[in-house]
Design a protein around this ligand. Sequence first.
Ligand code: CA
Length: 225
Amino acid sequence: MRILVVEDERSIADFVGRGLESEGYAVRCVHDGKEGEALALTGRFDLLVLDLMLPGRTGMEILEAFRSSDAETPVILLTAKTEISDRVAGLDSGATDYVTKPFAFEELAARVRAHLRKPGQASTTELRTGDIEMNLLKRTVSRQGREVHLSAREFDLLAFLMRHPGQVLSREQLLNGVWGYDYDPGTNVVGVYIAYLRRKLATPGTEDPIETLRSVGYRLRDQVR
Ligand code: CA
């Protein structure tokens, strides 16, 4: 899932961007309204987070331009209390939701999860793929009922894989989603952490849950034998 964040206050943009990445989303943060509008209109994002007061274009202008071509994709506005007009509050602006500043990350994260949820999919704090279970609140993992102790980064990587079961994920997607910096072809950090995960998840008599597709990426098997 790809999220575009348009926010000119860098500290807030970083806070939101890093937080959403740790939830397993691929995040693009930009600080300028015009750039944000151009990116939004590419249609490459599954959800937009828009600040209202921005240089170049306001969040409302971006929203209007975006809604003229896309009525479906969720848009969450970030607003200072003083900026909340009846229009924003009533959401007849075409926004899906709004969060007032200052906000705790979880307030935004809960809305993002709710609006990206597919119809019929329940709200979840638990992920399950094959014989691996994860509790996102307690940050615990078990395989076949055996508790697996992971570092924070290993946990985030496994969460990202578990949110995309059976899908091939490139090294770049994993880097952007879990580490959050631009792809550096020299780094092998993904491979190193995949190896850590494999070692910790290894269970006698079962196959490796993580498949390597040479020069393509990795896939978490959604069924294990
Ligand atoms: Ca602003």
